[in-house]
Design a protein around this ligand. Structure first.
Ligand code: ZN
Length: 442
């Protein structure tokens, strides 16, 4: 029975066939919208019937086919979540929250007690996971089902052991596309946002981490998944360092309650990016030369810290690498991007200080922490660097307790709106942090 609680799955996804036939509720997989269109009830996409008709005459959904084909010859199997029953849950966390974190944690707990949704807007490196623990503990003790979802599988992989360590006696499961473990019912789970498409009215509390990250942002399918995975009176919690325009607007119009944490736990201001003119950076590198502004800046930064150089395109990266190798022949360096099979090893080697310079695509824009780094964004005016990307990249610097005077530099040949907005957003948070007494002024 438990296997189907709060789930919405196809026959082939269920092991217990007797359960399916005798007890499960059956739900339609698709519904007609108009005479000519049909909607998939797993992902919410509406299709022109003619384009999704099978030879058998049935209709199918091409959008969410990676999760197993949904078509009108099938049904979803479902059982409602049982009513919550109060219980005792062992809470092993022994850390303490900063004043700012505690305030957010209290607001979040109050929201969940009232069955409200809330956005937590916390600067990069603020320690947002810790702020969830009290609320998760309370929710589990109420007998609630709690889901923590992220669009990024690497975030899920990092989050899961941390959550398990805090609730060591609680059964928990991690769900993502590449997992081998079989699904089983738990009150606590961590999953990718794609996996939410297999749930129906399951969660009393659903936390979406990195809500502005690809592929969740602007993705109607995943947003449909979230809205159907949560119970009607459940609390939806958005966590972000760089909220989308839509969430910022909802928050400004008081449609979505918001907690802002403008400061990191070490009480220093966020490093504000500095601008440096770097004329025709792409053409110069293409000619096999190092742009002067880049070489000079790199030479000075590398005396104090390791340096991450963010590069807007993979094709430019290899050329950039050989250019920099020519200028810095004594300095160990590497480049890394999403297609790189050695990606994880290289990141680890940078962490272990085996490289002094790492040239990277936007894959390292979030979710990673290196000790003692400065950051250069080469071609910060390239369209791949949206405001949120720039804020996240700047947020790689000065995350640890020990201060290493890391800097953030935007190298560009034409300042963009995104660059200006990123700087404005970071300065605004610093001002707010000082005003609230969460930052020590020097
Ligand atoms: Zn679909």
């Amino acid at each position: 029975m438990q296997e189907l609680w709060g789930r919405k799955v196809l026959k082939k996804e269920v092991e217990d066939i007797v359960l399916l036939e005798e007890q499960a509720q059956k739900l339609a997989t698709m519904q007609e919208v108009t005479e000519k269109t049909i909607q998939c009830l797993r992902c919410g996409q509406i299709h022109d019937k003619r384009s999704v008709q099978l030879v058998s005459g049935a209709y199918f959904c091409p959008e969410c086919i990676q999760l197993g084909r949904v078509d009108t010859s099938q049904e979803f199997y479902h059982l409602p979540e049982p009513e919550p029953v109060k219980r005792t849950v062992y809470f092993a966390w022994k850390g303490t929250l900063t004043e700012g974190q505690q305030a957010v944690s209290n607001e979040l707990l109050a929201s969940v007690k009232n069955g409200e949704s809330r956005m937590i807007w916390a600067v990069t490196g603020a320690g947002k996971t810790e702020m969830l623990f009290e609320t998760i503990h309370h929710s589990l003790e109420c007998g609630y089902r709690v889901g923590i979802a992220s669009p990024r599988v690497d975030v899920c992989l990092e989050l899961f052991p941390r959550i398990q360590a805090v609730f060591p006696e609680e059964a928990a499961i991690l769900l993502h596309g590449k997992m081998k473990e079989r699904y089983s019912y738990t009150k606590l789970l961590v999953c990718t946002t794609h996996q939410l498409l297999r749930f129906f009215k399951a969660f009393d509390v659903l936390i979406i981490d990195e809500v502005d990250a690809f592929p969740f942002v602007d993705n109607l399918i995943l947003q449909y998944g979230v809205n159907h995975a949560i119970k009607k009176k459940g609390s939806l919690v958005y966590l972000t360092a760089t909220p989308t325009k839509e969430l910022t607007k909802k928050s400004a119009q008081k449609e979505l309650k918001t907690s802002i944490l403008p400061a990191r736990y070490h009480r220093r201001v966020l490093p504000v990016p500095k601008l440096k003119w770097c004329y025709r950076w792409r053409e110069t590198i293409n000619k096999g030369k190092g742009p002067k502004a880049l070489v000079t800046k790199l030479r000075s930064l590398v005396t104090r810290n390791d340096v991450l150089i963010f590069c807007p395109s993979i094709s430019l990266m290899e050329q950039l690498k050989s250019v920099i190798e020519g200028e810095f022949s004594e300095t160990p360096l590497a480049c890394v991007h999403s297609q790189d099979p050695e990606r994880l090893e290289k990141v680890l080697r940078m962490r272990n200080k085996e490289y002094r310079i790492l040239i990277t695509s936007t894959i390292l824009e979030r979710g990673v922490t290196f000790d003692g780094v400065s950051v250069i964004i080469l071609g910060a005016n390239h369209p791949v660097f949206a405001t949120s990307a720039l804020v996240q990249i700047a947020g790689r610097v000065d995350r640890r307790m020990d201060y290493t005077a890391g800097e953030v530099w935007f190298l560009h040949d034409g300042c963009t709106k995104a660059m200006k907005e990123a700087i404005k957003q970071i300065e605004k948070m610093n001002t707010l942090g000082i005003k609230r007494g969460l930052i020590d002024e020097v």
